[in-house]
Write a protein that binds this ligand. Structure first.
Ligand code: SF4
Length: 418
């Protein structure tokens, strides 16, 4: 399904989920609940899974959180990564709790003997470690050396930590070098990809609330994915984490890196030709279709003139006209419905299309399709004729030709000549 070449990396496994080595790109998110609240956290993990998360990270920030992990991990539908800052002992406790991955921040756990102790314990359990460098919590020495969190400083931090892990024979590693500035983030990952061949976890850190946070994340993550860089992704949004997981999944779907799980709605931007409120119809259709979770591409177009043709790649669509809607499958109009029933008809046809397939639905419409096609053709002709100002142009042509009488006279002459 991959439409472009991906950078070769080591293969690691976070629980049962492969990361790197050409595996499908995975989506991650992080819970926002207190980890000690086991049921609340598990409910969020399930919601994240439902939205498209393959792996979920949970903070392990104190002993109660570590105890919570011991209950959460065996009941989780996805592998759990414990997020560790400052206290290496909490990493050991999280491993004891059975987590399938650790994330260590090199800027926050600095003693080599502590990092090596965690690596040995992780190796014993076959648990990978993410070296998670963050521009906002970069090692002080590197900040002094470079003056600010420039890409090379982030990469140096990651490489320093990797070398410590490698010194004790640990190579079950993935890496992130997150920055809140999109261009710096992209440059950091490019540099990192040229330096090491461990799998990479992509993200724009502290991206903020949507829509700006979404745009930053898409700009950074998509740029790298299209260059073949990146093995797992996270949108760090200031929002419900379910939105993060959903955004990550949708991005992969749009890039053709993941099979579509639900609706892909395409809709025209509307223009003066539209006879209905396209934005409202698109919103209503989106709400109705998303509730059904049908894995199809649906088009909502504002007019019959350009709608079916422009959206002929869509599985199904509606082109709104004055007082009615033309329902089409793969660009072919199969039904005409009153304006008030457009969305319901679209939903009804979408369900049938998923159940029966395109061919069957087109065949079922064959009897009526011809008649509709004729009517549609007449409407199109009328609309296009009007759009082309045919009468006006004919009159102008006649004028240039010397007027109707002369042209008629010319004709008569020719006729006489025969
Ligand atoms: S499909 Fe019709 S209404 Fe929509 S933008 Fe195109 S011409 Fe305008």
């Amino acid at each position: 399904m991959t439409a472009f070449e991906r950078r070769g990396t080591h293969l690691i496994h976070v629980g049962g989920v492969p990361v790197g080595g050409g595996s499908p790109i995975t989506v991650q998110s992080m819970t926002t609940t207190k980890t000690a609240d086991v049921d609340g956290t598990l409910a969020q993990v399930y919601a994240l899974r439902g939205a498209g998360a393959d792996i979920v990270r949970i903070t392990c920030n104190d002993v109660d959180a570590a105890k919570g992990l011991a209950e959460i991990v065996p009941r989780s539908p996805v592998p759990i990564i414990a997020d560790i800052h400052f206290q290496y002992r909490l990493a050991l406790a999280a491993l004891e709790a059975g987590v399938q991955g650790l994330r260590l921040n090199p800027g926050n756990i600095r003693k080599p003997e502590h990092i090596k102790a965690v690596a040995r314990a992780a190796a014993d359990r076959g648990v990978p470690i993410r070296v998670g460098v963050n521009a906002g919590s970069l090692d002080k020495d590197l900040l002094e050396k470079y003056g600010s969190a420039v890409p090379q400083a982030l990469v140096d931090s990651a490489v320093h930590e990797i070398r410590l892990l490698e010194e004790v024979g640990f190579s079950d590693i993935k890496i992130s070098v997150k920055h809140s500035n999109v261009r710096s983030m992209v440059e950091s990952y490019r540099l990192l990809a040229d330096t090491i061949d461990y799998p990479l976890h992509l993200g724009v850190t502290e991206a903020g609330p949507p829509p700006a946070g979404l745009m930053k994340s898409v700009a950074g993550i998509a740029t790298l994915l299209l260059e073949g860089i990146g093995d797992t992704i996270r949108f760090s949004l200031t929002a419900d984490p379910v939105e993060e997981a959903e955004a990550g999944r949708r991005l992969l779907e749009q890039l053709g890196l993941r099979e579509r799980a639900g609706l892909d709605l395409i809709a025209c931007p509307s223009c003066g030709r539209a006879e209905v409120d396209v934005i409202q119809v698109a919103r209503d259709a989106q709400a109705a279709l998303e509730a059904e979770k049908l894995p199809i591409q649906v088009a909502v177009m504002g007019c019959i003139v350009n709608g079916p043709g422009e959206a002929r790649e869509a599985d199904i669509g509606i082109a709104a006209g004055k007082g009615k809607g033309h329902l089409f499958i793969k660009g072919q109009v199969v039904r005409v419905v009153p304006e008030a029933e457009m969305v319901e008809a679209l939903l009804d046809e979408a369900r049938k299309l998923v159940d029966e397939g395109v061919e069957a639905r087109l065949a079922a419409a064959e009897g009526t399709a011809e008649q509709i096609a004729e009517e549609t053709a007449r409407e199109l002709l009328a609309a296009r004729g009007d759009a082309n100002r045919t009468e006006e142009r004919r009159a102008r042509v006649a004028e240039v030709a010397g007027g109707d009488a002369e042209v008629a006279g010319g004709d008569a002459e020719i006729a006489g000549g025969e």
